[in-house]
Design a protein around this ligand. Structure first.
Ligand code: JDK
Length: 247
């Protein structure tokens, strides 16, 4: 089990460094599961004014990140190693749990944040291996998306605090959203915990959870239900629930 090395390339290193100093990232670092470094491509500029951006060729609003400092920075980080170089961008492939698993299988990862209107296309051509979007909305930069990806990847690493068993039973690992959760008290403001969970019948608990998971997925994520591989029991549980709802 080897420690994963994660490098984050950003013009705003304090944002990333602060976030890395708490939650799962800090605990992973303390546990020797992951090692983080945050680098600023401005350090790789060679001009007196340390300029990282410029106006877009062809005109238009906003600034574009120049290729030289970014490529020099990423190439120095890589050295002779091979590692995914992930660019955060609204134009990327939608991030999902399967991508998190794939990235977690590498022993190194370089995440490039970007800012302004984007980066010079030649950075993509030369060093970027993956382009990832965390969703169809536009943020001001790649820093928050990078933290989302890093959090999702790091918690999958062997020895990461809290990953003892959860990744296997995680929502999405079977393509459905999770069933509802309850803890004490048995009644709160007139709302009772479902009897199936308190009767001590383990088979009933399992069936109830599966049924709730299927119902919820149908309600909030019909796209997932369409892709999920349902068993005959799943179909029966769903039919039964829909039947009950009719009454
Ligand atoms: C990295 C810069 C800000 C980029 C122009 C025009 C329609 C927007 C602002 N999932 C997700 N959301 N946002 C990001 C992300 C934004 C970033 C950067 C990631 C670096 N920005 C930005 C592009 C535009 N573009 C067409 C979409 C505006 C990732």
């Amino acid at each position: 089990m080897s420690e994963m090395r994660l490098d984050v390339v950003t013009l705003f290193p304090e944002t990333i460094a602060q976030a890395l100093d708490y939650s799962i990232m800090a605990r992973a670092r303390d546990a020797g599961v992951a090692e983080f470094s945050v680098v600023n491509p401005r350090e790789w500029t060679t001009d007196r004014h340390r300029i990282v951006d410029d106006a877009p060729y062809g005109g238009g609003a906003g600034m574009v990140l120049k290729p030289e400092p970014l490529v020099a920075c990423i190439e120095e980080l890589l050295g002779e190693d091979e590692a995914p170089v992930v660019l955060m961008t609204p134009q990327g492939t939608p991030f999902d749990q399967a991508t998190a698993h794939r990235l977690a299988n590498h022993d190194r990862l370089i995440v490039v944040c970007g800012h302004y209107e984007g980066i010079d296309e030649r950075v993509r051509d030369l060093v970027v291996t993956d382009e990832i979007s965390i969703g169809d909305y536009v943020l001001t930069g790649g820093e928050l998306p990078a933290l989302v990806v890093i959090d999702a990847v790091v918690r999958l690493l062997p020895g990461a605090v809290g990953n003892a068993e959860s990744p296997v039973t995680d929502s999405f690992s079977d393509g459905l959203v999770e069933h509802p959760h309850y803890t004490r008290p048995p009644e709160f403001r007139g709302l009772r915990v479902p009897e199936a969970l308190t009767d001590g019948d383990h088979a009933a608990v399992r069936r109830w959870r599966r049924q709730q998971s299927l119902l919820r997925t149908m309600r909030v994520r019909p796209d997932l239900l369409g892709r999920a591989e349902l068993t005959d029991e799943d179909r029966e549980l769903l039919a039964e629930a829909l039947d009950d709802a009719q009454k």
